[in-house]
Design a protein around this ligand. Structure first.
Ligand code: 13P
Ligand code: SF4
Length: 368
């Protein structure tokens, strides 16, 4: 039986950059030379990532930022928390610039420091056992500092497993924020049962203790923050079934920010870097339905015509905030630097930086 070809995903934000804009970008880059380093996350649109000196996932880019020397500016084509992390990890004389300040992250916005402090009070009052706070890198610098201050660490999707294993050598219990799905998927893969996990809802009033009977914080092993990625949340448990029935032999490959039920149905689960490496290593003719951000899936499909690659959802799962970084904004920031001005500089205050560095260094020590 011949197999029906997989559909090619529609392209968004991948139009070629106009010759005029390309000229502006190259002229500004040339004028600035080695004074500038451009970092780009894999979810960026093609018309932006093409201009990055280094591409990577969150962990790769944090590592690259920590090794930066001899440049005046890092331009971060990603979202706000990534630029903040880069500011913390680069030497103080390096200025980190986010091309468009509207590029936030809806998941990072789902936990603020006041809510986390409140949750901590609820948890620590409810038990004498030691909780270790772990924040996903997709969070504000204040939350990273909170983890540094309270014996915790930062993780990314690439090293969440290692960081969670480490956390259980430091204490008996885990508070994981802001992504409940990464927390749940990681802990479950480590053998922790779902009935040993509990969701803390920051929108439940303090006296309601995050929506739970406080006694449960003494009994359960893992407390997951009620947050999610609005992109990966779009993949639903019916999608693997639909793709498998339509395209026999298709392999389902998903990011751990997807819901537990989707991850359970997948053939493989892993970070952005894992997804890229897995596709690179696969033989010609492999059929993939990938559950992650749309621009990356499209790029993989273009780079691997010998395989058949499509998105797991029947619609485009695009990170709309990453998408706000445009080639025009990048050109504007570069040209400002040529003129001796720097705007959209991301600066983390010294006290936050000090504590956040501790939590970030633990993350970097636990890379794969
Ligand atoms: P990674 O780069 O760690 O895979 O994270 C994906 C993501 O959602 C970035 O915001
Ligand atoms: Fe945030 Fe999700 Fe976009 Fe990543 S993909 S930046 S987690 S909204």
């Amino acid at each position: 039986m011949s197999l029906a070809p997989l559909p090619v995903s529609p392209l968004i934000g991948n139009d070629p950059v106009s010759p005029e804009l390309r000229e502006r970008l190259s002229a500004a880059r040339k004028a600035l030379g080695s004074r500038v380093l451009i970092l780009g996350h894999h979810y960026q649109r093609d018309d932006v990532i093409d201009f990055a000196d280094v591409r990577g996932d969150s962990l790769d880019l944090a590592m690259r930022a920590s090794k930066t020397s001899g440049v005046e500016y890092v331009i971060f084509c990603g979202v706000h928390f990534m630029a903040e992390t880069a500011d913390i990890l680069t030497p103080p004389d390096v200025q980190v610039i986010l091309p468009d300040m509207r590029a936030g992250c809806s998941m990072a916005d789902m936990a603020d420091i006041d809510q986390v402090e409140e949750a901590w009070e609820v948890l620590t009052k409810a038990t004498s056992k030691r909780y270790i706070p772990i924040t996903y890198i997709n969070s504000t610098a204040a939350l990273k500092a909170f983890c540094g201050r309270h014996g915790g660490a930062v993780c990314t999707s690439s090293n969440a497993r290692k960081v969670v294993e480490w956390a259980f050598t430091q204490g008996e219990k885990l508070l994981f924020f802001p992504d409940q799905h990464l927390g749940r998927n990681t802990c479950h893969a480590l053998g922790i049962g779902l009935d040993d996990m509990l969701v803390y809802d920051p929108h439940n009033p303090h006296e309601r203790a995050g929506g739970n009977d406080p006694k449960l914080y003494d009994q359960k092993k893992v407390v997951l923050w009620r947050g999610h990625c609005s992109v990966h949340q779009n993949f639903s448990p019916s999608h693997p079934d639909v793709l498998r029935s339509r395209y026999p032999g298709v392999k389902i490959l998903v990011h751990p920010e997807c819901q537990f039920e989707v991850v359970q149905k997948a053939d493989l689960v892993g970070s952005t870097r894992f997804i890229i490496d897995t596709v690179k290593a696969a033989p010609a003719g492999t059929r993939w339905a990938i559950g992650t951000e749309h621009h990356l899936v499209n790029r993989l499909a273009q780079e691997h015509p010998e395989q058949m690659i499509t998105t797991l959802a029947p619609f485009a799962c695009q990170c709309s905030t990453m998408f706000r970084i445009s080639p025009e904004a990048l050109a504007d920031r570069l040209e400002e630097l040529v003129q001796g001005k720097a705007s959209n500089v991301i600066r983390v205050d010294d006290e936050t930086r000090r504590w956040a560095t501790i939590a970030l260094e633990r993350m970097l020590d636990m890379r794969d």
